[in-house]
Design a binder for this molecule. Sequence first.
Ligand SMILES: C[S@@+](CC[C@H](N)C(=O)[O-])C[C@H]1O[C@@H](n2cnc3c(N)ncnc32)[C@H](O)[C@@H]1O
Length: 308
Amino acid sequence: MHRPVLLREATELLAVHPGGVYVDGTFGRGGHSRAILAELGSEGVLLVMDRDPDAVLEAHRLAGEDSRLKVEHVEFSRLAERIEAHGLLGRVDGILLDLGVSSPQLDIPARGFGFSNDGPLDMRMNPHPAQPSAADWLADAGESEIAAVLRDYGEERHARRIARAIVRERELQPIVRTGRLAEIVASAHPAWERGKHPATRSFQAIRIHINRELEEIASVLEQSVHVLAVGGRLAVISFHSLEDRLVKRFFKAGARGDDLPRGVPVTADAMAPPVLRLLNRGQRPSAVEVEANPRSRSAILRGAEKLR
Ligand SMILES: C[S@@+](CC[C@H](N)C(=O)[O-])C[C@H]1O[C@@H](n2cnc3c(N)ncnc32)[C@H](O)[C@@H]1O
């Protein structure tokens, strides 16, 4: 089961109008999509995307009952291409991105994301054979590459020590189970944080790397502005500081006007007018939501409207 996070807040921020065209770039199990559909009239369109085959299966099931829904099994970095294929370029009234992984991805051991239940060490949101799994990557990557991923994507202070342990252990036996990786990280980790499994940061880091999550976000943000209609809105829910930093910077740059190269003296006519208007300063879930759904704890919703 996936409980949608910041559901009412995100739907309100999109200000769905009945005849509009909307995109849910991260369908998951469709919690947000259903809320958008509830506000859409019979003329409205909702195009949904997900890279996960299980999510897409559920989306197709829903589309079978609701002809306003169109489904694309793609990475959201192909947003502009797919919007163009549907003839909707510049006509999109709202885009929602609810980033990261869904609860089923984390909870089903066979998907290999979690350290709480042992499973194959996979972590691909789209388990396509051509794309390396976490086990494939850990078998080949150099020690310093592993350390850099753990540090940059997990903000793991003990990245070097953990990377060394991984390389040592894989010489003895390939690391192909989530449980084994969790044990290796836990025994190499010198400073366990209270209330947090010592492998939390490492698992997050490897997942982000395997799925190229930050590259995907940077790409979809740029394309969003291109596909939106003037007055169209973009709503993004992030779950950790690396995601939120990208979103916040992008929104701020759009609201300020184009960035100028360093060293260029700023004159009034060198500044392009802003492309975006910020709709909030980052909204967090209520205490009631966090109590009911602890996974929402770290969520932050940002929204912006396209001005030109
Ligand atoms: C937090 S869940 C979304 C949950 C959804 N809002 C709901 O209410 O059920 C994130 C979803 O986005 C998908 N996803 C993450 N990154 C993606 C990307 N780059 N392209 C397409 N889908 C992606 C994941 O597969 C996952 O299903």
